[in-house]
Each structure stands twice: as C-alpha cells, then as structure tokens.
Design a protein around this ligand. Structure first.
Ligand code: MN
Length: 437
C-alpha cells in the first residue's frame, strides 16, 4: 500500500466511541489490526480487529450485515482466505470498520460484537504454510560477522543478494506460549568432540514478520513493482536461536536445529493499509555499494519502500518477577535504519526463480539491530558473543537467556502528523530443557 492510499482512516483527528481506543499506545482507531480470537465461554475461533482494550468480532459483524465482503473469508477461522483476496477488499474492510467504530449512531449495534481483549484467547493469525527468514539487518550482519571475521565482517554476497534461509512453519507459536529450551549437539571451540545436552547459549532475535497476500503461480516470479502489493501485513517475530547449536551445525548449509525448535509471533497483523503513512525512503546505500540488480530495483520502492517502525526488547527474569521489578529494556532500534533490503525486495527475490508465495506465508526480516551498541537486537551482539555479560536491575547478569526468563518484543510505527500505532506484545517465557533419556 503506497502512501497514495492514505485516506480518512488515517486521519489523526478520528476518534472512536470505544473510549479506550483514544490515545491507546497500540490500538487506536487508526490501527485496526487483524487477528484470530476465541471469546470467553466459546470454543469457536473467529476473525477480529483490536480496538483499544477490546476485540471486535468480524464474523459477528458480517452475520449482522454490518460489514461487506467475501463471506467465506470473513467467517473463516484464519486470515488465509482474507489474505487471498485482492488488497482492495482489505482496504474496503478497513474503511468499513473505521466508519463503524467512529460513528456513534451505530454504537449500540456494533458494541454487541465487542469483547474485552483480556478475556479472549488469541491464536496464530494464519495457518502458515511456509516460512523463510532473511538477514536484511545490516548492522546485525556486520556485528555478528565481526565476531567471526573482524577484518571482513560482511561476506561478498551480502550487498548483492538478500540472504535468507527456509525456516520451519510448524513450530511458529503465538505470543504467550512458553518456549522449551532445546537439547542439542554442541562443540566448544577448544573441545575435541561435541557433547549433547541443553543449549547453553539460548538467544532471541528482534525481527519483523511479513504475512504474504495473494499468490503467484509456480514458475511466475513477482515483479518488484508488484511486490509491495503482496504484503498483507506485519507482526513481531522472535526467532529464538540456540547459538551453540548454530555454531556447530551451520556449515555448510546454514541454520537448522538452532532455529527450528520454536519461533514466537505477535497475534495481531498490522495491515499494509494501516502502515501507509509510515512508509519512507530505505537506508541510503553508501557510495561504492553495488546498485541492486534490475529485478530488485523499483523507483517507488526506492522512495518509500521502508517503514518508520521503532522496535524494542525487554527482559524480566524470575528474580525480577519475585521482587516485583518491571521488565528491563535490553535495546531499541529503528526498522528504517536497519534494513539494507526492503520488504518488496525480499519478496521479489524469494520468488525470482519462480517460487510460489501463498497467502499466509511468513517472511522474517532478520534481526533488526541499529548501528549503536544499545541498539542490538540479540544477546549475541549485546554481550559480544557472551564475553561481556549484561547487568540487570535485579543485580543478576546475563550472557544468554536462562530458564524462567521472559522476553518481550515491542514495535510502534511513528511519523509526524499521524497517530502512532503499535504491534502489541510478543512475549514468551523460557522453560527448562526436557531430560535426555
Ligand atoms: Mn533470524
């Protein structure tokens, strides 16, 4: 959704009759994210939109003839069918919802379909058929590369190819579901032989996830000028990573078990429509960097292919919870200053050989660290490979995550003249590894 699609739904003056929405840090009426929830006393998941501290039931609205659109998509139990529809329909739905939630004349009818978010169960927003994770955070790639190759941190392909790998969809879980520490095979650099046991270097990665809309037939690439239309929306993605397993297994085929045990996403899809005002120019390529290949170059993408999104991560250990200490901020960064490749470029690249991207597929951006030490999106970077432990407000130290630690990611899109919108939390707690037989 280009900036030209900005309309009355983005009007900063627009308010909702849902009082909690006005001034809400994440879900004002300008956001209207899509998700899947089960209301209290029901076992029947349905689509919803978050408004303040409430969820509005889209299936109920459709049955009550308050919203138009494809009946199968609006009454489904996942967002896949809605993501399969043309983006114009999602834009029309947004205008419809925005009108309903701002017009007090329909409050009595619409409010029958509202539920307090706190009383609802939130689910994965889509059935994720395929998942790939990229590596577009250039400061992350540089910092991690430096740990291994101080003089030559970026590999020669980095500025030519949006680097990625195919991940695992079955272990993607929604915020709130605990993460079990993986067992695995690891080998310390000075050890003669590998050992098997609980990962000792469990880490998080601060990323954005991108849900795909529409479908390209197998063998038919996505032209770069059409790629932005294939973005249905965004979520937060924590790509939990076992650094010791990764170090031993990654050559020559890349990450495997170090990444496939669990990935956490936030439940709400912040739509491409909602994010239109926050589009901005991508990170300028330093002089001397290669120009993108023609299949990765589009004039509009070069003008507004990035998003102004402020990101952050927080930790709360068991001792911090026991002492009633609030979560401690680990780092903060900005997506638009971190991404060497745009989302349109990673979509065009993913499909350039003819790979079919399907509605509900998920792409990860890669860790979005800033250039400064306090902007790092992983413990690997924050602790310099585990060499410099962090000191937490509880007096505890951390090199990597310990059992009982709770990690949360946050994001807010911000731009002058617009109401900022948030992603909600992406949180999970670490449970001990299962015993090895
Ligand atoms: Mn990652």
């Amino acid at each position: 959704m280009s900036k030209s699609t900005i309309d009355e739904t983005h009007d900063p003056a627009r308010q909702s009759w849902v009082a909690s929405a006005n001034g809400h840090v994440d879900f004002p009426i300008q956001n209207l994210p899509l998700g899947v929830f089960t209301p209290p006393g029901s076992d029947d998941p349905r689509l919803g939109t978050a408004i303040g501290d409430q969820i509005l039931d889209l299936r109920g609205l459709h049955q009550d003839k308050l919203i138009d659109g494809d009946a199968a998509a609006l009454t489904a139990r996942t967002l896949n069918a809605l993501f399969a529809r043309p983006s114009a329909e999602r834009r029309a739905l947004r205008r419809n919802l925005s009108a309903l939630l701002s017009d007090s004349a329909v409050e009595a009818r619409v409010s029958q379909h509202l539920y307090a978010m706190q009383t609802c169960i939130l689910h994965l927003p889509a059935e994720i058929g395929d998942y790939a994770d990229f590596y577009v955070g250039i400061h992350h790639a540089t910092a991690v590369g430096k740990l291994f190759r101080p003089d030559n941190p970026l590999l020669p392909n980095y500025k030519h190819v949006p680097i990625g790998y195919h991940g695992r969809a079955s272990s993607i879980r929604v915020s709130g579901e605990a993460v079990t520490r993986p067992n695995g095979q690891t080998k310390a650099p000075d050890a003669d032989a590998p050992v098997f046991g609980p990962s000792q270097r469990l880490d998080y990665e601060l990323e954005l996830g991108v849900f795909i809309g529409g479908e390209n037939a197998l063998g038919r690439p996505v032209p770069i000028h059409e790629a932005s239309e294939r973005i249905a929306g965004f979520c937060l993605l924590n790509d939990w990573s076992s650094r010791d397993v990764q170090a031993w297994e990654y050559q020559p085929l890349g990450p495997f078990l170090a990444k496939n045990f669990h990935s956490t996403i936030s439940p709400w899809v912040i739509t491409a429509e909602a994010l239109a005002p926050f589009r901005t120019a991508p990170l300028a390529r330093p002089e001397g960097d290669p120009a993108p290949q023609p299949y990765l170059f589009d004039a509009e993408d070069q003008t507004e292919g990035a998003y102004r999104i402020r990101l952050g991560a927080e930790i709360r250990t068991q001792a911090m919870r026991d002492a009633a200490l609030p979560p401690a901020r680990l780092a903060a960064s900005k997506a638009e200053a971190a991404m060497y490749w745009t989302v349109a470029q990673i979509i065009a690249h993913h499909a350039v050989g003819g790979c079919n991207l399907r509605p509900g597929d998920l792409l990860g951006t890669g860790t979005l660290s800033g250039a400064q030490p306090d902007e790092a999106g992983s413990l690997l970077e924050l602790t310099h490979g585990g060499k410099q432990p962090l000191v937490l407000p509880s007096g505890e130290t951390r090199r990597f995550l310990e059992d009982g630690d709770e990690l949360s990611l946050f994001a807010h899109a911000e731009a002058a003249g617009y109401v900022s919108i948030g992603f909600g939390a992406c949180t999970a707690r670490i449970l001990p590894a299962p015993e090895v037989p």
